[in-house]
Design a protein around this ligand. Structure first.
Ligand code: SF4
Ligand code: SF4
Length: 441
């Protein structure tokens, strides 16, 4: 469709497969008997455990306190007993301490009642509630939301942009949230607007969600909330903050800069819902919607899932796995992580779990670089992936950094486009890790 907004540089059009789940209503997943709640569920320092083995705890109780400015609180997803404090591996391969909780017998989740008392609170008081509720960005970055909503002195948020792009193939949890919770989202936007004080509020939605575009427009109008609904052309990775800002406002965030440098604050639609629940319902962030999908799972769907639920338990809710899947991925197929242990727990950042067959995972064998330049033309950050990969491959992290390795968003466009099946993204991830370790600047 002509005339739709999008970002200008690079990008790809991967196959969606959103039809596996986007017509399915969000279903509340069964809560398992044992939950494993990691302390490293957000960007920044892991939370510090504040409970001990044997403690009786209640649903929503603080079990991990923030360990710094960029950190987030962690709350118990159920009432029960702390069985042990242990170490677990997360989907991204990182090790984290975790609180293992045995759910109490006959546990019934608390009913939450909506309150308007937030309307009399100051912006700073609202930011404190968001902080105390452990709200982080649910689009994947898991940046503490309270930090994002604190606009630095001397800066002004002209735009509050809601990221409802969900451009990763397969995922549809954000889409369903808009269809099923439009009113709650509008109230969440009012709350965030009180904290951020933007001049304009816009929501970017890709054109493959026409029902969400319509419902958000109608709901905003019905509730007299000034919301600009921006339909966007389909293009990956439009859900990245920088690409979304470019698409909606035409502004370019400078290399190494934050959105506020161009007058923008961006929040994911799932985060808006989490803010609503924290502030209007008094409910900390201990559950989220997860798309469980792929041709390798019997009944794909969207599930409201307690943090700490082992992935194996969610797969049971979907009727189990078909034959031998080629891959289990946490997150989307472009930026997610393959996992090998199905007891890996769901965390605040788990947007999807994909059970992919051989046909879907499409892994071919690697050949030598063909110097075709496709990776360069699709890179939304204007980088030269093949060049950087070669530097990393030769342990030359200085040169990789000089070629702006840290600007890489790990979006996977380069690897997707590469006919030689070169693991370009893995190379970028490794390069960044090694450069940090060796403190190359
Ligand atoms: S993964 Fe990095 S290098 Fe590759 S296309 Fe995305 S931003 Fe560019
Ligand atoms: S797309 Fe692959 S084959 Fe082509 S230049 Fe880049 S790394 Fe080489």
């Amino acid at each position: 469709m002509k005339g739709l907004k999008t970002f200008s540089r690079g990008g790809i059009h991967p196959h969606g497969r959103k039809n596996l789940t986007n017509k399915k209503e969000i279903v509340t997943a069964d809560i398992p008997e044992t939950l494993i709640v990691p302390m490293a569920q957000h960007l920044g320092a892991p939370a510090e455990v504040v409970v001990a083995a044997g403690d009786e705890i209640k649903e929503g109780m603080l079990i991990g306190k923030p360990a710094g400015f960029i950190s987030a609180a962690v709350h118990s997803p159920v009432s029960g007993t702390v069985k042990e404090i242990t170490d677990v591996y997360l989907a991204n391969g990182m090790k984290s301490s975790a609180v293992v909780i045995e759910k109490e017998e006959g546990f019934i989740p608390a009913e939450k009642t909506k309150s308007d008392s937030w309307k009399s609170k100051t912006p700073q008081e609202l930011i404190e509630i968001v902080k105390d509720s452990g709200v982080v960005g649910l689009g994947g970055a898991t940046f503490p939301a309270n930090v994002k909503y604190m606009v630095p002195k001397g800066e002004k948020a002209e735009y509050l942009i809601i990221n409802a792009v969900e451009c990763e193939p397969y995922l549809s949890a954000d889409h369903r949230l808009m269809l099923e919770k439009a009113s709650e989202l509008i109230e969440g936007l009012r709350i965030i607007s009180k904290m951020v004080e933007p001049e304009k509020v816009a929501i970017g939605i890709e054109i493959n969600k026409p029902d969400a575009i319509e419902i958000m427009r109608k709901q905003a109008e019905a509730e007299n909330f000034d919301l600009e609904v921006v339909p966007l052309k389909l293009k990956y990775p439009q859900g990245d903050e920088k690409q979304l800002i470019k698409a909606v406002t035409g502004r370019e965030v400078p290399s190494g800069g934050l959105p506020i440098a161009v007058g923008c604050v961006v929040s994911n639609v799932g985060t808006v819902n989490a803010v609503y629940e924290a502030v209007a319902l008094g409910k900390p962030l201990y559950e989220r919607t997860v798309s469980v999908t792929g041709l390798g799972v019997k009944n794909p769907g969207n599930f409201l899932t307690r943090v700490g639920t082992p992935i194996s338990s969610l797969l049971e809710a979907c009727g189990g796995i078909i034959d031998n899947p080629a891959k289990v991925v946490v997150g989307g197929p472009m930026m997610g992580f393959s996992i090998y242990d199905l007891d890996t727990p769901v965390t605040k950042g788990t947007s999807g779990i994909l059970i992919l067959t051989d046909e879907e995972s499409g892994s071919g064998s690697r050949t030598a670089c063909l110097s075709c330049g496709r990776c360069v033309s699709v890179c939304p950050m204007g980088l030269n992936p093949t060049k950087m990969f070669k530097f990393v491959d030769h342990d030359d992290y200085d040169s990789a950094m000089q070629n702006n390795l840290m600007d890489c968003k790990e979006c996977g466009c380069c690897a997707y486009a590469c006919p030689a099946n070169i693991p370009l993204v893995q190379g970028m991830r490794l390069g960044k890790k090694m450069a940090r370790k060796k403190k190359v600047s």
